[in-house]
Write a protein that binds this ligand. Sequence first.
Ligand code: GDP
Ligand code: MN
Length: 386
Amino acid sequence: MDLLEYQGKQLFARHGLDVSAGKAVTSVEEAVVAAEQVGYPVVVKAQVLIGGRGKAGGVKLAANPEETREHAGKILGLDIRGHIVHKLWIEHASDIATEYYASVLLDRSAKQPLVIFSTEGGVEIEQIAEESPEKLVRHHVDSLKGLSRQEALQIAIDGGADDDVREGVADALVALYEVWDKEDATLAEINPLIVTPERQVKALDAKVSLDGNALFRHPENQDLSDTENEDPIERKAKEQGVQYVKLDGNIGILGNGAGLVMSTLDVVAQAGGQPANFLDAGGGSDAEKVKQAVELILANDAVKAVLFNIFGGITRCDEVAKGLIAAFGEIKPAVPFVVRLDGTNDVQGRTLLEEAKLPNVHSASTMNEAAEKVVELAKQTEGAGA
Ligand code: GDP
Ligand code: MN
């Protein structure tokens, strides 16, 4: 679960990181009032779940109400790489002497938290990693012990932080680690972590991702999820209790069991296709659930063909077939379906499908055959301009 900058900063403040005072607003009028309250000069910042806002014109300094009005008006409604700005964060502007970078994330391959620090802040971390990897300090932390003050100080020294702010950087790293650890985050990033002319160390930006599966331990964080910016199909799926993740391709996928769905994505990719989603219908999917799943998949306009890959265990293939038939009765899909039914009651399921004579539904008996078929059909539909 990704947080907006201002929400991340609230967590930062809770753990003792220095951040500027600010206010979240949704209109130009509110922005002007907020700017008076936090005090000029202010920064008007787009609150969207994507980085690089500065370059896209989503971060502007304002010295007076006229400028606040002008910037807020331009930024609200701005499309930043597909993310429309509905909310602004108005904060008191900071003077910047230096920009550093700091983050804590879960290094899954090392199975350890990883602290990254660099004095080359302000630019994208990927760019630093590519152009000057020697300026990145990477430090794995023993998660049972946590990040000690001594370790943090060593990171600041190794990274080449200015002598007079090493202590301040170490404090910031310890606090950032605490955010990551105590809030069950998977990522906590500050870019830039600035040094002010008064030599204060301060977080000017915040990128925090919380582990959704640990959210039950943090009732105070429950309402941080930003439903307005969430993908509408993913939101609907969540409400229905369906595991759905939107992807970039044009082949809708449904399977039962996360493992089967993952391998279906791989097999489709291998066959030269691009999946449009991950959807796990779960065990024991009944007709109603299958119908809901078809609706979710088809809600994505990019979908040009759909692959149903069902391996019956608890899930009975005849139930899935009934669900498909019910769905076709109500939503009349305009794109072709390939259905592979295997396992519990597969013969009954296939018979039901055959008898129903659903238009544009193709049957396949193996996963590879199904994948090749669906990729071909998607190309045809795409070619036909559907
Ligand atoms: P991003 O572009 O999405 O990463 O947004 P940031 O919050 O990092 O802001 C982009 C850039 O705007 C920063 O790297 C700073 O250079 C600049 N900026 C942001 N806040 C301030 C501020 O308070 N004062 C000044 N002078 N510049 C700021
Ligand atoms: Mn930034």
